[in-house]
Design a protein around this ligand. Structure first.
Ligand code: URP
Ligand code: ZN
Ligand code: ZN
Ligand code: ZN
Length: 485
């Protein structure tokens, strides 16, 4: 079966031009003028862009005594509805001693229902010889080159600095990339206990317990530890100027560090936590919390200047009933918000629509940059002959008001409720299959395939060459004096 996308403007991270795109099976086979195929998709007035890649999602995640409510089926359906054609989830071994391979089996089982392609990051939630050994199998046999470390969630997923340093060194040795959730978990635990003792038990307590300093400190610590371990570092959900400043400084010093803001932090602010309605505020509880306008501007400037590299969602959706586990104690509100369906339209509207971003920068931030960082480029992340036909045909004139009543996500609300977006998919294709056709959802459960990602990316090679060149060496001396005994 061949499909041709006709009369659109192709947008890649490099350039835009008018051309048709011919697809056969899973891949793009030709780009040019006057192409013909068995099926035609009319892209007149549209941009033809690589489908979005969301590198940070938690589908059916076991967390805080429950499971996030979007699974690989509803989560990837939501993604496709909004123009995202690949997601990367986090495999989380139980910190009570579960092995990496055992945990991967569980993630393999859950992900068979995916509607679009997906990959995994591996989390290091405890440290020991078994983890050290299994990391090699994870990289070499399972095609996972990214290892996440939680510096927060004390008593659960959090790891200590010595564990992180050991793990980072191992990741570097294996040609992988270290990732961190950067918040100082010890300080958060202390501030939370104090707030609760003072009677601050509502959702606003969550924001008070995680000020920008806890994020800035942890981001800087992770950057320094990664530098000493000789490993590239990717910092997830960067929400504030303090963390952005640490990343900016590190990049200016030649360190290999990337920062990932979320669409939620770019467009929603901390006033949400002071809403009179407990449910409203609790539904927005996530870590790090939403910040004020100063931090939002910092994030936008980072995207515009290149000091921040990727926009993700951290999609981790809990229903209102699940959020109510934390009535009377904000530390028990499951942390997480949705966003998979809304990331692309919200970023287009608030980025391209305002002149902060060009369409090419939009493509870079939603797809190309992360495909390169994660080492699945150019199979993913661009429009070129031989690439997977993961494509969104983007209609810049199509508008809607976001509302939970028409969303694909399984939860009962949407944190972007009432936001008006202009710029939406006309068609979304996942490896050549049309999954969204002019507003109609035609996803196919199980269509998604696992994307293996090899280690030793060009950045790994450059960094290890530099570290080798500058490694400590004994000074060769002609004569050594007798010891002064
Ligand atoms: O609050 C959040 N971000 N929930 C998901 C887990 C994580 O920390 O990424
Ligand atoms: Zn996190
Ligand atoms: Zn996350
Ligand atoms: Zn299929």
């Amino acid at each position: 079966m061949s499909t041709v996308i006709k009369s659109g403007t192709i947008v890649t991270a490099d350039m835009s031009w008018k051309a048709d795109v011919l697809i056969e099976g899973d891949v793009i086979v030709e780009i040019g003028e006057g192409l013909k195929g068995e099926t035609e998709l009319d892209a007149t007035g549209c941009y033809v862009m690589p489908g979005g890649i969301d590198p940070h999602v938690h589908l059916e995640m076991p967390f805080m005594g429950t499971y996030s409510s979007d699974d690989f089926e509803s989560g990837t359906r939501a993604g496709l509805a909004g123009g995202t054609t690949m997601v990367v989830d986090f495999c989380l071994p139980n910190p009570d001693g579960q092995g990496l391979l055992d945990a991967l089996q569980m993630w393999d089982n859950k992900s068979t229902r995916a509607n679009c392609d997906y990959s995994f990051h591996m989390a290091v939630t405890w440290w020991g010889e078994q983890i050290f050994d299994e990391m090699q199998t994870v990289v070499r046999d399972r095609g996972i080159n990214t290892f996440k470390h939680f510096m927060a969630y004390k008593g659960a997923l959090m790891v200590q600095d010595d564990e992180m340093f050991a793990s980072f060194q191992r990741v570097g040795e294996l040609g992988g990339i270290a990732m961190v959730h950067a918040e100082n978990g010890d300080v958060v635990a202390d501030l939370s206990a104090r707030l609760l003792a003072e009677g601050n038990n509502g959702p606003e307590g969550h924001a008070y317990s995680r000020p920008p300093q806890v994020e800035g400190e942890a981001a800087n610590r992770a950057i320094m530890i990664a530098d000493m371990a000789g490993v590239p570092l990717y910092i997830v959900h960067v929400s504030c100027e303090e963390a952005h400043e640490a990343i900016r400084r590190a990049r200016q010093q030649g360190k290999r560090v990337w920062g990932e803001p979320l669409i939620q932090h770019l467009t929603l602010d901390e006033s949400e936590y002071f809403n009179q309605d407990w449910d409203h505020a609790a539904r927005r509880v996530m870590s790090p919390p939403f910040r004020n306008a100063k931090h939002q501007e910092s994030l936008w400037h980072g995207l515009m200047s290149g000091s921040l590299s990727v926009v993700a969602t951290d999609h981790c959706a809990f229903t209102t009933d699940q959020k109510r586990y934390g009535v009377g104690d904000f530390t028990k509100i499951p942390n997480g918000t949705g966003g998979l369906e809304d990331r692309m339209p919200m970023l287009w509207t608030n980025g391209v629509g305002t002149g902060r971003l060009t369409p090419e920068e939009f493509v870079a931030l939603t797809s190309t940059n992360i495909a390169k960082i994660l080492n699945c480029y150019p199979r993913k992340g661009t429009i070129r002959v031989g690439s997977d036909a993961d494509i969104v045909v983007w209609d810049p004139e199509k508008e809607k008001t976001i509302t939970a009543s028409s969303q694909q996500s399984a939860i009962d609300y949407n944190v972007f409720e009432g936001q008006h977006v202009k710029g939406l998919p006309r068609f979304t294709l996942t490896r050549g299959k049309v999954a969204v056709h002019d507003g109609e959802i035609r996803t196919e459960e199980g269509h998604g395939k696992f994307v293996k990602r090899a280690p030793n990316t060009p950045v790994n090679k450059a960094l290890s060459t530099w570290k080798e060149l500058t490694a400590p060496r004994p000074v060769k001396r002609s004569g050594i004096p007798a010891s002064g005994v």
